[in-house]
Write a protein that binds this ligand. Structure first.
Ligand SMILES: Cc1cc2nc3c(=O)[nH]c(=O)nc-3n(C[C@H](O)[C@H](O)[C@H](O)COP(=O)(O)OP(=O)(O)OC[C@H]3O[C@@H](n4cnc5c(N)ncnc54)[C@H](O)[C@@H]3O)c2cc1C
Length: 307
């Protein structure tokens, strides 16, 4: 006897259909908008049930199953969902964005077309200082008086580079060569398509506070405005496990066990033994890893034993 196949309906998400083509503004002139999508939370569940069989239906409801899959890093069910975005991004941010290799991309070509006229502007209160903790990052803001001067200089650079670009085009220089001195703040546009598993990876890296503010703004818009509507159960699980959850290594577990048992000296000794806390001539020095453990101890409201 032939197996009876279930009746299928196209899965769609009304909350996503409402925002198709609607731009979510990011930075001063950037945006992200959904061009198309395939799949929903239900597609993830459906794919998982093909592999696990009907049994999971009785045991795990959709939300539980999605949480299980994400918790145990099952990836292929999330790859069943795809999204195509239209993004408008300054080129320096795009340079970071395009490092994510699992996307399908078509970018606006400044060999064929005249470069987008807009360049990202920085308000006088928006200039950030160099970070102390993270040598790649920023910390605090530059005083407003200095910021005004920086913003004025920025306007001069944008205006000068644009007028030189325009002059090159006017005298017949090819667009592919004329563009070479446009600033990295010039906006570009792209169609960017990715599956949900890789999108969550992108979001985990780019929503993180260690990522640059500008790409974080885009990642937050994609996560909160789009994925939240598209696959709410997955978004909830992702936030719970990846964004707000704490992963603990075996060393961290051992240190925390000593902390919560009140054995602070033993906890400190473990940190030294593991090479996380180093004795120097001027006292103990924390490694980067230990400083990250301190953040977890703070979150758990556990006293830091080496302070
Ligand atoms: C805060 C931050 C700082 C960074 N600083 C720097 C820097 O200073 N210099 C620099 O060059 N980059 C830097 N990067 C970029 C970073 O190293 C990665 O290239 C980028 O984040 C893409 O990550 P990914 O390769 O995991 O993701 P994707 O390219 O999206 O790939 C997703 C996953 O697919 C798999 N995959 C994809 N392609 C391959 C492949 N060819 N082989 C095997 N597996 C593959 C991997 O598992 C990968 O994790 C930084 C990124 C962040 C978030």
């Amino acid at each position: 006897m032939e197996d009876k196949l279930e009746q299928l309906e196209r899965l769609n998400v009304p909350a996503m259909d409402e925002i198709l083509g609607v731009p979510f503004k990011v930075l001063d002139d950037g945006f992200v908008r959904v061009i198309d999508y395939m799949g929903t939370d239900k597609s993830i569940v459906q794919a998982a049930r093909v592999s696990y069989g009907e049994g999971t239906k009785q045991v795990l409801r959709d939300r539980e199953l999605i949480r299980y899959l994400l918790r145990h890093r099952h990836t292929s069910p999330f790859e069943m969902c795809e999204i195509k975005l239209h993004v408008r991004v300054p080129m320096d941010t795009w340079r970071q964005w395009i490092r994510h290799r699992t996307a399908n991309v078509n970018e606006y070509s400044t060999r064929y077309s005249i470069a987008i006229e807009k360049a990202q502007k920085t308000g006088s209160g928006e200039w950030r200082g160099q970070g102390n903790d993270n040598r790649q990052g920023s910390g605090g803001t530059i005083p407003a008086g200095v910021g005004e001067e920086l913003t004025r200089q920025e306007e001069e650079v944008h205006s000068l580079s644009r007028s030189i670009y325009q002059h090159r085009l006017d005298v017949g220089v090819a667009r592919e060569q004329a563009r070479k001195d446009l600033p990295l703040s010039t906006y570009t546009e792209a169609y960017w398509k990715m599956d949900l598993h890789n999108l969550l990876h992108f979001l985990a890296l780019r929503m993180d506070e260690k990522a640059q503010q500008e790409i974080r703004d885009y990642a937050n818009a994609i996560g909160r405005e789009i994925v939240n509507r598209w696959c709410p159960l997955t978004w909830e699980a992702f936030q719970d496990y990846r964004i707000h959850g704490l992963g603990l290594s075996a060393m961290e577990v051992a240190i925390i066990q000593q902390c919560v048992s009140g054995n602070l000296q033993k906890a400190k000794n473990l940190a030294i033994e593991y090479g996380l806390l180093r004795q120097t001539e001027s006292g103990f020095k924390s490694t980067l890893e230990l400083r990250e453990i301190e953040v977890k101890l703070h979150a758990l409201k556990v006293k830091i034993p080496w302070e």
